[in-house]
Design a protein around this ligand. Structure first.
Ligand code: PMT
Length: 227
């Protein structure tokens, strides 16, 4: 049995991918299955937390026992739901894969196929929910972000993660390498846990529940031994 070290703590977790509608039947989405966010919710509930899980599009996952589930579609819906839940939460975890952009206009009718070349899809920026939640942070609230990164010739996954932690201003950031066969849709995950103070802990490759345990260990340390 797991330690009930999150008893009396309300945690708000986002999971899955957002869908940005183009017309009544089409959307721009991503490959997030929600498995990492659901694993965070399940482990938190097992450790005694009151859990509100805000889920975008996910694979067919069972709602973990004792968890309150709120369903959302687009990034803007996810933002509204997270602000509402975060106002009463001790911990906020953004594991959702949020679209950075959405189509400028949502047509009320299905976009028709014509002989002419199609118009390009005009996009506009979505709000950065994590940055907003950090600015609206309650006293003592712990905020955790996730970063899905790919490295390149000049910058490693970890360096991109470090820069993202600075930019987002959260307390903890889980950095996972993504790409072919990594993180998205998988049963396992791996990466690093970065803290605002500069601690960098490798997270060994393992089931998403194990990654969740690493996160909750770090969160309880911050909640109960404030930095
Ligand atoms: O769902 P699974 O299939 O289990 O896969 C898990 C996962 C790979 C999706 C998950 O572990 C993960 O990394 N989630 C974050 C993916 C992501 O979108 O990273 P990002 O680098 O775009 O965003 C960084 C952080 O800012 C995230 O906490 C994200 O939720 C948040 N964000 C991003 C954009 C935006 N407009 N608003 C946000 O709040």
């Amino acid at each position: 049995a797991l330690a009930r070290d999150l008893e009396g703590v309300h945690v708000a977790i986002s999971a899955g991918g957002t869908r940005e509608p183009l017309d009544p039947v089409r959307f721009i989405g991503n490959r997030s299955s929600g498995k990492q966010g659901y694993a965070l919710a399940r482990v938190a509930a097992q450790r005694g937390a009151r859990v509100t899980l805000v889920a975008g599009n996910t694979a067919d996952l069972a709602t973990p026992a004792g968890v309150d589930l709120v369903r959302v579609g687009s990034a803007v819906e996810l933002r509204d739901a997270m602000h509402k839940v975060a106002a009463d939460a001790d911990v906020v975890v953004m594991a959702a894969a949020v679209a950075d952009f959405r189509p400028v206009s949502l047509t009320g009718h299905k976009i028709k196929k014509t002989d002419a070349d199609p118009d390009p899809i005009a996009l506009t920026k979505n709000p950065d929910i994590l940055v907003e939640l950090v600015s609206a942070r309650r006293e003592g609230q712990v905020i955790v972000g996730f970063a899905a990164e790919t490295g390149d010739e000049t910058t490693s996954v970890l360096d991109y993660g470090r820069a993202k932690l600075q930019r987002k201003g959260c307390d903890l950031l889980v950095v996972n390498a993504v790409g072919a066969g990594l993180a998205f849709e998988q049963e396992d995950n791996a990466g690093w846990l970065l803290s605002a103070e500069g601690a960098e802990t490798p997270i060994p490759h393992g089931p998403k529940a194990q990654v969740a345990s690493v996160v909750w260990d770090a969160v309880t340390a911050r909640l109960f031994q404030p930095q």
